[in-house]
Design a protein around this ligand. Structure first.
Ligand code: GDP
Ligand code: IMO
Ligand code: MG
Length: 422
């Protein structure tokens, strides 16, 4: 039985998971999304085109691969249909390659409304949600009020839907016209037809069968470890377990079946939405990273907050996930920097620590080590031998701190802009 490798984000999302999965897909037979939903925006670039996937696994552009949306995902059929049509537009017929778990929960038309109402009521304490209905959909799942993909085959979905909606009548009544709930509902029921063109599977059995046949499986995470519902900076988190444990529950596989855990991290940090960010740069350096790195959200277009690499937080993520290898992305964004800072400790009051405290708020003062920049354009390099000495030094500093090897360094958004360094 082959073990399942997991690729997941180690920071606040947008580390380059889409690209990482796309690059590694040739080594695998099967790509599985295991949590999150259309709050994700995974970018892939090849042949001069950029594609952004929200729900569909990032292996979809490779021929003869199986892609699975597993039970841990929350699926919005309207967004799913749009994504399928966008793929058809570029000549990809996903019906052959994509299978969907019957146990995945549906994002219902009122879930994004509940997100909007909740965010509005929080005022300055809002989460900065993508407003895709992720929190309310997972809440209904956990509250045992959800509707699953498999219900489309076995039940009268309209009856189930209106029963599920009635629980929220009091909240929805004042806002439903403003948010055009009826139009959304029509779109939702219509979009289910597209969903039904796909094969619904008992994905836990299917994945175990593939593994027993020694098919190579890569599980694709969404968001990042610092947005995890248990271990992120709660309540400024998403509503699923983004860490490796979420891959087990999100696919129905035991921990003993997990093989390599490929943690992906940017050479600096970004965060979109609210919440603590100890190494955030509010100055022109932050602005410079944002502009060079094109740090604007793939799902919402919002500017991403930018800051230096936070090794304290990264080490926490490595611990939570049992990371075996790191994929480092976007060092090319720092090509022109004279010096690069990395946070190695937090100072909280008079106390210096390498642990992420219970409450990550503004009382954390990051302590930095300053490393020399490489002042070289990395984009065209394809071999380890070409890498400048100061980038090697940066890489080794990170490896030494985390005690995990870096296996790939990505030097641009394109599929071929990556260097195997292990
Ligand atoms: P994901 O959510 O983790 O898949 O990441 P996103 O796609 O939301 O954001 C990553 C962005 O960085 C995308 O625009 C990618 O095309 C881009 N990207 C990925 N790797 C690199 C890299 O090594 N260098 C540069 N400059 N851009 C990259
Ligand atoms: P990918 O997979 C970056 C953030 C939102 C917000 C918080 C909660 O592309 O890395 P939610 O919509 O889940 O209610 O939002 O989480 N967030 C992400 N940030 N990348 C993502 O996904 C994200 N998905 C959610 O900005 O702060
Ligand atoms: Mg993203």
């Amino acid at each position: 039985m082959t073990k399942i490798d997991v690729l997941l984000g180690l920071q606040w999302g947008d580390e380059g998971k889409g690209k990482g999965v796309d690059v590694l897909t040739p080594e695998y037979d099967v790509i599985v999304r295991f949590q999150g939903g259309p709050n994700a925006g995974h970018s892939l670039e090849f042949e001069g085109r950029k594609h952004i996937l929200h729900l569909i696994p990032s292996g979809i552009f490779h021929a003869n691969k199986i892609n699975i949306i597993a039970n841990g995902v929350v699926l919005d059929p309207v967004i799913f249909k749009k994504e399928i049509l966008a793929l058809e537009n570029v000549g990809v017929d996903a019906r052959k390659a994509l299978k969907i778990s019957r146990k995945a929960h549906l994002i219902l038309p009122f879930h994004p409304l509940l997100d909007a109402v909740s965010e509005h009521s929080k005022g300055e304490f809002k989460i900065g949600s993508t407003l895709k209905g992720i929190g309310p959909a997972y809440r209904d799942k956990i509250g045992r009020d959800g509707i699953r993909v498999g219900d489309i085959e076995t039940s009268n979905i309209r009856d189930l839907y209106f029963r599920a909606r009635s629980k929220y009548d009091a909240i929805l009544q004042p806002v439903k016209e403003h948010y055009q709930l009826e139009r959304r509902e029509e779109e939702f029921f219509e979009s289910l037809k597209k969903l039904q063109e796909f094969e619904f599977i008992d994905s836990e059995y299917y994945i175990h069968k593939l593994a027993s046949e020694n098919r190579k499986i890569l599980a694709e995470g969404a968001q990042g470890s610092l947005l995890d519902i248990d271990f992120g900076s709660y309540p400024y988190v998403t509503s699923s377990n983004t860490i490796c444990g979420g891959a087990c529950t999100g696919m129905g596989v035991p921990p003993s079946m997990i093989g390599n855990v490929l943690g992906i991290a940017k050479a600096y940090c970004t965060r979109v939405g609210s919440g603590p960010f100890p190494t955030e740069l509010h100055d022109e350096t932050g602005q410079r990273i944002r502009e060079i790195g094109n740090e604007y959200g793939s799902t919402t277009g919002r500017p991403r907050r930018c800051g230096w690499l936070d090794l304290v937080a990264l080490k926490y993520a490595v611990m939570l996930n049992g990371v075996t290898h790191i994929i480092l992305t976007k060092p090319d964004v720092l090509d022109a920097f004279d010096t690069i800072k990395v946070c190695t400790h937090y100072k909280i009051d008079d106390h210096i620590t390498q642990n992420v405290p219970y409450s990550v708020d503004s009382c954390i003062e990051p302590i930095y080590e300053t490393l020399p920049g490489w002042k070289t354009t990395l984009k065209s390099f394809r071999t380890k031998a070409e890498l400048p000495q100061n980038l090697i030094r940066y890489k080794e500093f990170i490896e030494h701190y985390l005690n995990v090897p870096i296996s790939y360094i990505s030097v641009g958004p394109g599929r071929d802009e990556i260097i195997k360094v292990l």
